[in-house]
Structure formats: C-alpha cells, structure tokens
Design a protein around this ligand. Sequence first.
Ligand code: ADP
Length: 527
Amino acid sequence: MATIRTKLTLLIMAASSMSVLCACLLFYYLIGLHLQRAYRKDLESLADILGHNCAASLAFDVPEDASTVLASLDSRESVFAIRLYDKDGNLFASYDNVPGLKNHQSFFPEIIPDDPRHLKIERPITLKDGSTAGKIVLYDNFQEIAASKKKGILILIATGAASLAAALLLASFLQAVISRPLGLLTEAVQQLAAGDFSARHRIPTRRTDEIGLLSTAFVDMGNKLEDSYSQLAVSNQNLEKRVAARTEALQRAMHDLTRSQTQLIQSEKMVAIGHLVAGVAHEINNNINFIACAIPSLMRLNQRLNDQLTSQAPLNRDQLGKTTQRIDDLLHNAEEGVRRTIKIVQDLNAFARPSRGEFSELDIHQELEMVLTLLRYELKGRVEVHCDFTPGLPPVLCLRDQISQVFMNILRNASQAIADQGHIRIQTWRQDDTVRVRFQDSGGGIPPEIQPMIFDPFFTTKDVGKGTGLGLSISYGIVKNHGGDIWVESSTPQGTSFVVSLPLRQNGQFLPPAISVTAPEEGGQPA
Ligand code: ADP
C-alpha cells in the first residue's frame, strides 16, 4: 500500500507538471498565433511595396524592370517565388529564389496552389488614379515560423523539465515538513498502543502549526493514558486483594456451614438412634434371653452325660440320641441368638458411624435391609414390609451413612404414619441414569395444605419428643448434595408415596442412560 508520503509526492508532481504543461501549451499556442499574424502582415507589406515598385513597369509594359525589382528580394530567403500578373491575369514577371539561378523566369512554374507548407500572399497593384494594374503573388516557405516553432518546443521541454525538478524539490520539502513528523507520530501511536508510554517523549512539540498541535495533543493524551493506566493497576490490585479476602471469608463461611450441616445431620441421626435404642435393646435382650435360657438346659444335659460315665444304669442308645439332639438344638438356638445380636450391633454401628465425607459405592438393597433390621422392633407385628427390589441394580456412588439416614427418616415417618396395622412397600428400579426408590405406606397421608411445608426445617406435626421436624429437610439436603432428588409422589388418606432418585456415576461421571427400564407402577417426577 502506498504511503501518504508517496501519494503526496506523486500528487504534487502530477499537479505541478500538468499545470506547467498546460501553461506552456497555451503560451506556445498564443505566441505562435501572434507570430503567424505578424509574419503574414510583414509579407503583405512586402508584397505591397514590391507591387508599388512594379506598378510603373506594368503601366509601361517593361517586364525586365519588374523582374529586377522582384529579384531585389533575394536577401529574404524564406520567399521562394514571386509572380506578377497584369490586369488581365497574364504572368508579367516572376522571381524564384534558387541559388545560381537569379532572375530565372519561372523555376517553379507548378506551384501547388494551397500547399499548407507554403504561405501565399496575394495583393492587388493599384495605380495612382485608383485603377488596377495587376496583382502580385508571394510564396513563402515558413522557414522562420518553423524555426520559431522548434525553439518554442525546446523551450517547452526545458520548462517541463524545470517544473518537474521544482515539483520534486517541493515534494521532498513537503515530506520533510509533513510526512516525516506524521510518520514519527504514527510510530509513537503504535508504540503507545503496545504499552510503551515513553514513546510520547520522542515526539517533538516545538512546532506551532497543525502538526505541532497534533503532537502536543498526542503527548497530552499519552500522559493521561499513563495516569489512568497506573490508577487502573492500583485499583486492580485493590480489587484482587478484596476478592482474595472475600473468597477467604466465603471459604471460611462455607467450611463452617459444612461443619454445622454435618453436625446437624449427625445430631439428627443420634435422635433417630435414641428412638431406636429401646427397640434395638429389646431385640438384643430377646437374643440374650434366648442364650441365657439355653445355658441352664445345656448345663443340665451336660451333667446328665457326665453322670453316664459313672452311672450304674446307663441310658440306652435312643435316650442318649435324644439328649445329644436336644444339646444340638439348644446350641443352634444360642448360635442364632448370637448371630442376630452381632448383626444388630453391626448395623447400629454402621448407621451411627459417620463416613468422614468419603464417597463409596453402595448397594442400595443392602443398605435398605440394614435400615429395616434396625427398625424391626418398631415395625414387628404392626407393619408388614414388602420389598420389591429390581435385581442387578448398579451400585450408587454416595456417602453411605447419609443415604442410610435418608432411608431411615422416610421409613420411620411411614411407620409413625400407620396408626395401627398397615404395610410399607419398598420398590427399587433404574430410570435413565438414576436409581430410584419408592416408599409407599398405608398411613394416614399428608394433608394437602401442609404438603408444601414438610421439607422445611423444624416443620413437624408430631408431639413433642416424637418429632424434631428435621428428618425430611435433612434428607432433602443430603439427596440434593448427591445430585439427586426427593419428592412426594402422592398422598391420600389411604397412604403416602415418597420417591428418592439418586444419580448413577462412575469415577465421578454420569453413566449413559440404561437401555431397559423397569417401569414403576406409579412413575412420576419431582414436582
Ligand atoms: P418429623 O418426622 O420429626 O416430624 P420430618 O421432617 O421427618 O420431621 O417430617 C415432617 C412432617 O411431614 C411430619 O411431621 C409429618 O407430618 C409429615 N410426614 C412425613 N412423612 C409422612 C408420611 N409418610 N405420612 C404422613 N405424614 C408424613
């Protein structure tokens, strides 16, 4: 792309050359016209003088005299022929300007009448009385005019060259005065844009013309820009500090919140355990009673066997078989009691122990069974539990203790909603990339007016000491933290149905949706 400098130079050169050329051409044309007219007039006067001098010769019919008069023009080299005619138009005398052939009658008898190279001057010859004596015709070959033209062209070329040189000089001057400072200014603007604020000091501001004003404005702009830049840097620093402080405060608050949440979950769990304790203790007591009752019988039977060693009347084979069979049964019962006790203690321990925030893969069915073991006493003889589990469900990545607490809260609510006898149905299935659990009870239902509040913290309809109002709100928080959802699917005076949906993940990634879906009976999504 041509720079301003090149454009300016070309423009000035073209403009000045064109104007000089036009002026020269005009001048050349006018001078040529003037010269041509003067030349013609000069020739006409010459022809008149010659005609006047030849008038007597025409009057007295002396052609020799006329020829002598005509020949007197030999010093005028451009006139190459003169013809003198009498009043009848006959050739009377002639002159041809040919070196060595002076006074020759007619060297150029065939003069081309209207040759543009020749100037033909024709003048009448009148006598003193006013009558016409003849006419004189003068042929000139324009030599002087041609010479003048040549000179004119030379002058024209010289003037053109001079004007070009002047234009060049003007262009370089303009370049020094305009282009160079503009170039410097452009360079400085580019450096300033690249962040080099010192560029403005390299711009001279001494000039008082427009470029000087532009340079001063640029330096001023650079100063202001540097000021704003440093102010911006300072406020940026402040902002960063404030953001860091705010982030730290937020992190602290978040940490405190998480801790309080964990504490809340744990204390709610302890409340649930508190409620379970009576039932669990009863279960353990039952089993221990089982073992305790077995021990005296075992001791007695053992004694009987010992007595056999010294007995005078030993038992027969059949009686001995019955005794050992009885011992076997008692030992089996005791073993069953021990096994159940161990299971209850293990489940209680698993339920009570916090998971320390570590995600692990959980078998939903196992977890539900564990919760049901702990609730056995509360449900036994009153609530029938139907487990409708879909086999082969993938494990769910979750905080095990928190999910078991969700199941415990929902199942305890269901149990408490059943006033007398009733049933709870637990269904599991996979839907898209989630595992879902439906808890359906035959309790009294949740009245529609309180349904929007049941997930609110501290909302309870239970008596003091029976409910804290935290069970569902904590469960909601836990499920949401797992990226899942919990909702009331339906609730009528004939029963309530809760659904818990937990996302399936593998290595922290969601699994692709399952191809086959075990369709739930009621289906439904969170409201
Ligand atoms: P709490 O059980 O301590 O009252 P929750 O947050 O677990 O607290 O429950 C809030 C309320 O929701 C309960 O008081 C009860 O009115 C209602 N509710 C929850 N589950 C059921 C259910 N299965 N049937 C009827 N009402 C229920």
